[in-house]
Design a protein around this ligand. Structure first.
Ligand SMILES: C[S@@+](CC[C@H](N)C(=O)[O-])C[C@H]1O[C@@H](n2cnc3c(N)ncnc32)[C@H](O)[C@@H]1O
Length: 111
């Protein structure tokens, strides 16, 4: 991935994106509501482009096993500090994950 992507996501405060505006808070709550509706049993979740772990954090707290991949190293590093979350640097276009190795794949944002 080129440095433009890195610069774009590094300068747009990913950690607070879903908290600093009413639209962001609505997106967070609606996403959480929809995911909780379908994730009714403990699941192995792959959060692709998961940023600093805004969804990974509560998913892990809900009891799911969460592995996050993000192309920006600082995001993966921040996410890896969250309890119950593992995280690595990686590109959605070539996931470093075996086929059929997770129950759920999230891709919220990178597209
Ligand atoms: C708009 S943020 C969304 C973060 C989080 N999923 C959310 O819903 O708030 C997009 C994230 O995708 C990451 N990203 C962008 N292109 C990516 C790619 N090709 N592979 C992996 N991550 C990517 C960015 O670094 C950023 O953390």
């Amino acid at each position: 991935m080129g440095t433009d992507v890195d610069r774009h996501y590094s300068t747009n405060a990913e950690t607070s994106r879903l908290a600093r505006t009413p639209h962001g808070r609505l997106e967070f709550l609606r996403t959480q509501e929809l995911l909780r509706r379908v994730l009714t049993t403990r699941a192995k979740v792959l959060d692709v482009g998961g940023g600093t772990g805004v969804h990974a954090e509560w998913l892990a707290r809900d009891g799911h096993s969460v592995h996050l991949i993000d192309v920006v190293a600082a995001h993966a590093t921040a996410a890896a500090t969250l309890p119950g979350v593992t995280a690595v640097v990686g590109d959605a276009r070539g996931l470093p994950v075996a086929d059929n190795s997770v129950d759920v794949v999230l891709m919220l944002g990178p597209l």
